[in-house]
Ligand binder design. Sequence first.
Ligand SMILES: *Cc1c(COP(=O)(O)O)cnc(C)c1O
Length: 372
Amino acid sequence: MKILANPFVRQWEDTHSDVVSAVERVGQSGWYILGPEVGQFESDLATYAGVQHGIGCASGLDALEIGLRALGVKAGDRVLTTPLSAFATTLAVMRAGATPVFVDVDPSGLLDLDQAEAYFSAHADTRFCLPVHLFGHCLDLERLEAMRDRYELNVVEDCAQAIGAEWKGRRATSVGQVSGTSFYPTKNLGALGDGGAMLTNQGDLAEVGRSMRDYGQTTKYEHVRYGMNSRLDELHAAVMRTSTLPRLAGWTERRRTIARRYQSGLDHPDVRVVPKPVGSESVWHLFPVLVTAERRDGFMAHLTAAGVQAGIHYPKLIPEQGALEGYGNFHVEGALPMARRFAREEVSLPASPYLRDDEIDAVIAAVNAWKP
Ligand SMILES: *Cc1c(COP(=O)(O)O)cnc(C)c1O
């Protein structure tokens, strides 16, 4: 038995006829770039995420960069963010020419808002914050909002792993002037390729984002700003609009059921379930656990031998990547002990909605049977 982290072929079998009709629809329409499918998908996605405007982009990375630039970030501006995330979070800051500032994470692995607050209070000239709703957990939105207002921050929420996540009934995306999400195939809402979206409640920012993803033009051949080509394909929009987005609520429910199954079934003294933030209604992009650093290789080998494909998110902190050294402009606040701990100890268990109960039970049995 092989329990994959992402059994894509099962998703393909389930969505096959909807995907094929979406492809037929676009092929027949004769309109392949920024047509009606992108427009309708953006609107459906915005509704799902709880915002006014969605702007389809070529990737999550681009959505974050466009969001930062739409908010006016410029070279030398500091952007406070987390050292523990997909590298793209920080790459967006670098591509916008700004200076990432890293503070430590909290015991859930998400940006530590106490430390973020301390930084903003000591550096009144820092006006940008790029927090990540990591693992599908939602950061404390009340605190984030209070911090935004108190320090007059421009906030871009990285929702690449957290589409639909909530904090006490409030949706992730509700604090940032802009949010970004990704349709990379492993994400909760994946495409059959790359894609992403910028999300916002502000019409003016939506307009800038739409223009920026399309060569900076406002109308045909009228280029008013420094843009890029980061359009979401009509084909991908069509596929997501009628095959994956309509399934997302069901998939999220399934991820929550899997997380509950793990929470009640895992009982190995050396495997600690990472606590979710208390008010978070998580969407469980991943199911993270911690094992002590010197035993992690053995734990991973044990899972592999049991046919379980586990992951590590993330083995190397962002400020320690070679690309940062080459870039030069960044700051690290303190020794980042908690982020370091995640980098050494974290293991992600399979959480795909396409995994069956017997497979989740097999993962639980494998974990519980581990002899360190
Ligand atoms: C996947 C991911 C991104 C980047 O998205 P792409 O579509 O791969 O560019 C950014 N941030 C986080 C937290 C992610 O998980």
